[in-house]
Design a protein around this ligand. Structure first.
Ligand code: HEC
Ligand code: HEC
Length: 406
């Protein structure tokens, strides 16, 4: 949608002054014949403008103060990470899995442990590596048993702010996602073997005391460590992987990035979908990735959200991804089909290739000069997350280098 359409339509009102209706005459030609303003009238007009400007500034200042006060309140009592600029609140924590320092530390170790996978070949971290902005640098991930998966690995920075997980949102919580990744193709353990695997991990002497501290499962006792406990610990750890304090958040990003930010919110209309602290509306859109140039779904195109809701209207929709750390997470899109950030930006600005009723009306083509594309890229580069995951143990990936560009 064009931003101008979002603005309230200007309509003449009975109280409209002749001076104010001059602008309208250009559009509609409503009756008011302005006479040449006298010096006094000019002064009054500029005084009125200054007053309006001051009022606007006051409203903006009050809104900023209200936001800051709300953020102070939201962060109050959160002890698991430092408070970060750019994040107005810490992530929500489900009542069923309260945060705890022992549980977080345990989750960190489990996330880094290859023994969780069926064949000991890969940890969660294997596909969410620091070097690639916490993705794997591959076009599509390579699951357990070196079975190719269908999608590109997303970054896990700020993953706790998504209310639904995966490109298609099929997991309703981090806990459900962790169980899914562990049971399914990523780690390959299988539903039938999950309980045994959890008990085996839980009984390892290096883990038993930690499960006892975090979940009260006594080492050697009757009660066994369950898959749910493992998923809970990993999720608690993930709720500490917060990305703020980027150059953009701190206001240190430079002139090109600032111009890019203005384009992003203005002319290029990216913020229609990429909005909020995490630059994602959390909604699903068909932007035509995987479509042929003629605007129809490509051979074997991934139907994305449609598979989850079983509603054909949702076919080919994917959740708007976060843009935090995006300059480090090439290749791009759910299918890893685009190699560089510049190409990804150009694709989005082109309005996508999708045609017909499934085309998302929010994605409009905008003509951008090369300099404007560069500015948008500079803005996205200013969203680089300063943190990195603390790596534990041997994390040599089952693949030695990122796949060749697609
Ligand atoms: C073989 C590579 C691989 C491994 C191993 C792996 N992941 Fe992922 N991860 C992916 C891919 C690919 C996706 C996206 C899949 C999709 O959307 O269908 C993903 C998605 C995610 C997401 C959702 C991100 C979002 O934006 O919604 C989280 C969280 C996550 N993984 C955490 C984990 C955890 C926890 C483990 C270990 C239990 C793990 N991953 C193991 C490749 C991997
Ligand atoms: C209609 C909503 C919408 C608008 C408007 C939009 N995007 Fe996106 N963006 C998406 C969705 C959805 C995806 C994921 C598409 C996929 O993988 O199939 C995406 C993906 C991206 C990616 C790739 C991220 C990754 O991790 O792979 C970048 C970069 C991006 N958008 C930048 C932009 C820019 C820059 C603009 C403005 C020119 C923009 N987007 C406008 C919804 C939108």
């Amino acid at each position: 949608m064009k931003l101008s359409r979002l603005r309230r339509p200007r309509r003449p009102s009975s109280t409209l002054s002749c001076a104010a209706s001059v602008g309208l005459m250009v559009i509609g030609g409503w009756g008011c014949t302005p006479s040449k303003p006298s010096v006094d009238e000019k002064k009054t007009a500029s005084a009125a403008e200054a007053e309006a400007e001051a009022a606007r500034e006051k409203v903006m200042r009050q809104a900023a103060e209200a936001r800051a006060a709300a953020a102070d309140k939201a962060w109050d009592g959160w002890t698991h990470t430092p408070r970060l600029a750019g994040l107005s609140a810490p992530p929500a924590v489900p009542d069923s899995n309260p945060m705890g320092e022992e549980k977080i530390a345990l989750g960190h170790r489990l996330f880094m442990d290859k023994r969780l996978s069926k064949d000991g070949s890969r940890s969660c971290y294997s596909c969410h590596l620091n070097e690639y902005g916490n993705t794997d640098g591959q076009q599509k991930a390579l699951g357990a048993g070196d079975k190719p998966l269908t999608r590109n690995s997303p970054t896990i920075w700020n993953v706790a702010y998504h209310s639904e997980l995966y490109w298609d949102g099929r997991a309703k919580s981090l806990e459900a996602q962790a169980l899914g990744a562990w049971r399914g193709g990523n780690m390959g353990v299988g539903a039938d073997n999950l309980a045994a695997k959890a008990a085996e991990i839980g009984a390892l002497p290096e883990y038993a005391p930690a499960f006892s501290a975090a979940f009260g499962v006594a080492p050697g006792g009757e009660a066994k460590v369950t898959p749910e406990m493992i998923a809970q610990a990993i999720s608690s750890y993930e709720r500490t992987l917060l990305c703020g304090e980027t150059p953009h958040d701190k206001g240190t990003s430079g002139a090109a990035a600032t111009r890019g930010w203005d384009l992003f919110r203005g002319k290029a209309q990216c913020a229609v979908c990429h909005n909020g602290d995490n630059f994602s509306d959390g909604l699903y859109h068909n932007v035509g990735v995987g479509f042929d140039v003629d605007g129809s779904p490509g051979e074997g195109a991934d139907i994305g959200r449609g598979k989850v809701t079983k509603d054909a209207a949702d076919n080919y929709k994917f959740r708007t991804p976060t843009l935090r750390n995006v300059s480090a997470t090439a290749p791009y899109f759910h299918d890893g089909s685009v190699a560089t950030l510049e190409e990804a930006v150009k694709y989005m600005a082109s309005g996508g290739v999708v045609k017909g009723p499934s085309a998302d009306p929010l994605l409009r083509p905008v003509a951008l000069s090369d300099a404007e594309v560069d500015d948008l890229v500079a803005f996205l580069e200013a969203l680089s997350c300063p943190g990195s995951l603390e790596v534990l143990g041997d994390q040599a990936a089952p693949w030695s280098k990122p796949a060749a560009t697609p």
